[in-house]
Each structure stands twice: as structure tokens, then as C-alpha cells.
Write a protein that binds this ligand. Sequence first.
Ligand SMILES: NC(=O)c1ccc[n+]([C@@H]2O[C@H](COP(=O)([O-])OP(=O)(O)OC[C@H]3O[C@@H](n4cnc5c(N)ncnc54)[C@H](OP(=O)(O)O)[C@@H]3O)[C@@H](O)[C@H]2O)c1
Length: 360
Amino acid sequence: MNIYASAAVTADGYMDDASTERLIISTPEDLAEVQRLRAASDAILVGAETLRRDNPSLLVRDGELRARRRAEGRPEDIDKVTFTASGRLDPAMNFFTQGAGRKFVFSTRPLPRLEGVAEVIVVEEPLTAPLLVTELEKRGIERLFVEGGPRTLQFFARAGLIDTLRLAVNRDMRLGAQPGAPRLTFDEGYLDVPHTCTRLGAMEIETWCFHPDRSEEDLRLLRQAIELSRLSPPSPTSYRVGAVVRTSRGELFTGYTHETSPTHHAEQEAVAKALAAGAELRGASMYSSMEPCSRRSSEPESCSAMMLRLGFARAVFARYEPDCFVCCRGALDLRLGGVDVRVYPSLGAEVLEVNAHLFR
Ligand SMILES: NC(=O)c1ccc[n+]([C@@H]2O[C@H](COP(=O)([O-])OP(=O)(O)OC[C@H]3O[C@@H](n4cnc5c(N)ncnc54)[C@H](OP(=O)(O)O)[C@@H]3O)[C@@H](O)[C@H]2O)c1
């Protein structure tokens, strides 16, 4: 998933004042740009406190942007997402009543009042950003626009999940001391990376790109992994998977399911070749046609545990593992371990086709 985070802040870093009225920090030009960014996304996410304080609709209102989405075969309305521990959300909020997009609420408790107005995703474990992202990805969301408030931005930043951060700073607005007003802060050092600064009318736009776009290489090596998966013999008890390891020095090692042993997974085969060649795997990328496994009966260590142990930095795959044999949480475990996980569902149909022997 690609995560684009955005906020408007005053010159002294506030995202709102302490009053009950909504403070407009952006200029019309900036609001128009935010509309364009929303329209380029599949879903928008804000924290539950923002819904309670501002009751925003979170829609793409611009007719041209809606028409463009329609022309691209996408729904005019983007999906909406929020998350809560308290459950203090009213079904009459604009979040639920406006727009035809899907509405998702992540909650640590059941919320019967929201039945019929949203899909409530109840999580039993602590709600983490990796869990939220993984669950949204499984529901087809590839581009997520995160609009605040400050605690929500911090929630994604701490997990290292923000790809791009855009701060629109109104240099003419300064609030001074405002006890209790929401202020944007990040952990020390988080913003100490190169960023760009441009002007948009009265606003200064600061943009950080934390993870450069690597989709071209990702797609090329994923296609190679899918081709490798075709070499794997069909078996009623396993998926046919292909894998390519790319070390940080650019060396490539390949493998496919059962290549040298009837219990080996594709990732294991590729890693075995890399280790035999003396390659350094810390910081490497794993390209698998299907999500790396998290639990298996045939061997003691799962592929995701192996990748964490060896210090892989990235995991790229085309298709989440269907709940056929076990309920897989490979992507989630990898994200929780700090691995940058990227999924390319545009190639997922091919992976299903290679595994048609299991789904007939
Ligand atoms: N200037 C801007 O661009 C902009 C944009 C958006 C919002 N805002 C402002 O930001 C303010 C709100 O910001 P905020 O930081 O106070 O709140 P927030 O980020 O909007 O929402 C925080 C809420 O998210 C839920 N949450 C956070 N972590 C969670 C976790 N691990 N598990 C479950 N739920 C979790 C909690 O909801 P529960 O309390 O329900 O448990 C928490 O209170 C508002 O004043 C709004 O106007 C400004």
C-alpha cells in the first residue's frame, strides 16, 4: 500500500485551536490541491477524535475530479476509514451518512450501533498501524490518504508506514500558547531527512518522501517470481510459488516451491542459494509470487520468520495467501518486524491461475 499523509499547520505547528469551532488553516488553493490528492487515493483515513470534533464529510466534491475517477473506471466516492478504542462514534456523523464509498471502522470492541452504516473490523489484539494497513490492503485499498489529526499521523509515522508526508504551513497564522490545542509533533529525528519546500499562494508546502517509488523494479522481479512459480510441480497440499531474492548489492537468487525438497518453500530455496554463495542478506528484498508463510506444519521455521531472522528490509508479493490451508499472517508479521511490505494485486490473477489446481 502507498500511504500519503497530509496536514495543514499553523506557523507554530498547530492543527487546530482549543475552541470548539473548526479552525480553517488552509487557503482555497491548498484545499483544491488536497481535493486532487484525495481523488488520487482509494480511501481516506482520519482519527475518531477528528470525526467527533469536526464532523467532516471527507468527500471528493469537485465535479471534474469525480468525472475523471468515473472515466478511469473507479467509483466517484473514495472509501473512508477511521479507528477507535473508545467506540464513541455516532452513526449520524457525516462520515457515515455522506458519500457512496465504503466505510470502515477499526475498533477494539464490537460497535453494534454502527451496524448497517459501516464495516466494523473488530481486532482482538492491540490495534497497530501494520494491522490496519494489512486489513485494508486485503479489502482492495492500494492508496491510502491519511488526513490527521496529529495523533493519527504519529500512529502511522511511528510504524514507519508513511511514504509521503505533505505539510501545508500557513506562515501568516500563529496561535501562540493554546493549552489543549492539537499540535503536530513527531519523534525526534523523524523529519531529519531531505525534503522539498515550495510555495502555493500564501502556504508553504513541505514534502518528505520516506520511501522512493520502486514499482518498476518491483514489478519486473515479481513477474520473474511468477514465471518461476510455473516450474513448481502441482501438489494438492501446497501452493506453487516462485521467489527472487535481491541483495542490497543487486545480486539475484531464485527459487520455487519444492525445487530441491518436497518440504521447501520458494523463499527458502532462494535463500539457501544466496547463503551458499556467501551473500549478505541484511537489507535484502524478497519477491514472492504469494505472501510469505507465517505458520507451517512441514518445517519448524516459517518463511516470514526466516526473513526477519536474516534481516530482510523489503517483502514484495502479488497475492495474499488465500485461507486454504492455514490463516496466513506473513505480511502482518513482517510489517510488525519493521519490514517494508509491498503488494501488487494487479499481478494477483496470474498467481491464482498458476494455483488453479487448488481452487477448481
Ligand atoms: N489541520 C489539519 O490538517 C487537520 C486534519 C485533521 C484533523 N485536524 C484536527 O485534529 C484534531 C484531532 O486530532 P487528535 O490527534 O486529537 O485525534 P485524531 O488523530 O483525529 O484521533 C485520535 C483517536 O484515534 C483513536 N486511536 C488512536 N490510536 C488508536 C489505537 N492504537 N487503537 C484504537 N484507536 C486509536 C482514538 O479514538 P478514541 O478516542 O475514540 O478511542 C484516538 O482518540 C481535531 O481538532 C481536528 O480539527 C486537523
